[in-house]
Design a binder for this molecule. Sequence first.
Ligand code: TC6
Length: 202
Amino acid sequence: VSKIFSAGLDITEMSGKSNEHYAAFWRAVQEMWLKLYGSNMVTIAAINGSSPAGGCLMALCCDYRIMADNPKFAIGLNETQLGIVAPFWFKDTMINTIGNRATELSLQLGQMYPAPEALKFGLVDKLVPEDKVQSAAAAAMSQWLSVPDHARQLTKSMMRKPAIDRLVKQREADINNFVSFISKDSIQKSLQIYMDRLKQKK
Ligand SMILES: CCC/C=C/C(=O)SCCNC(=O)CCNC(=O)[C@H](O)C(C)(C)COP(=O)([O-])OP(=O)([O-])OC[C@H]1O[C@@H](n2cnc3c(N)ncnc32)[C@H](O)[C@@H]1OP(=O)([O-])[O-]
C-alpha cells in the first residue's frame, strides 16, 4: 500500500471477537516477533511509509532501518493513543534500540515520530529520498553480509537472547494477560472510538 510501511496490527482482529480468537491472534503476533527478532539472518527494514505500533515493532526487529526522508511518514509505538498498552516485549525491543528514557517518553505519550525526528531518536538509522529506499537497503545488506556470518550471528544472538528468553518463559501468561485486557468493555470501547476517528479523518 502506498505511503504505509505497515499500519500495525489489524485492529479489527482485536475488537468484537471471542477470547479464543484473541488468544490465537496474540500467539501469532508473538510468533512473528520470535521469528523476526530471533532470526539469525541479516534483516534490513526499508521503511517506505508510516509505521505505527506493530509496524514499528517489525521495523525495530530488523538489524538496520532505512526510512524514506518524508516528514509525512511517521513511526512509533503509539499504543497508548489507542487506549492499549504495548506489552513488555515491544518495550524491550524499543529499549534495546533507543534506550530506556527515550522508550519511556515514547511509550507513555504514544509518540509517532516524523522521519527526521525518528532519525534523531535513533529509531531509524538512515533517511534517504523516497525513490532510493530499496537501493539503500540493498547496499546496507551487502555491507552487513560482508561480515563473517558465524561471528555476526553469535553476536546478534548474544544481544537479543535475554529479551527473547523472557517472552519464551512467559508466553502463556502473556497471552492470558492480553486476552483479559483486550476483552474488557472499556478497552473495546477505546478501540471502537479510535477506529471511528480513523474513518472520520477520511
Ligand atoms: C497490545 C496490542 C498492541 C497493538 C499493536 C498495534 O499494532 S495496534 C494498531 C496501531 N495502528 C494504528 O494506530 C494505525 C492507525 N492508522 C493510521 O494511522 C493510518 O490509517 C495510516 C497512517 C496507517 C494510513 O493512513 P491513510 O490515510 O493512508 O489511510 P486511512 O487512515 O484512510 O486508512 C485506510 C483504511 O484502513 C483502516 N485501518 C488503518 N489502520 C488500521 C489498522 N491498524 N487496523 C485495521 N484497520 C486499519 C482504516 O480504518 C481505513 O478503513 P476504511 O475506512 O477504508 O474501511
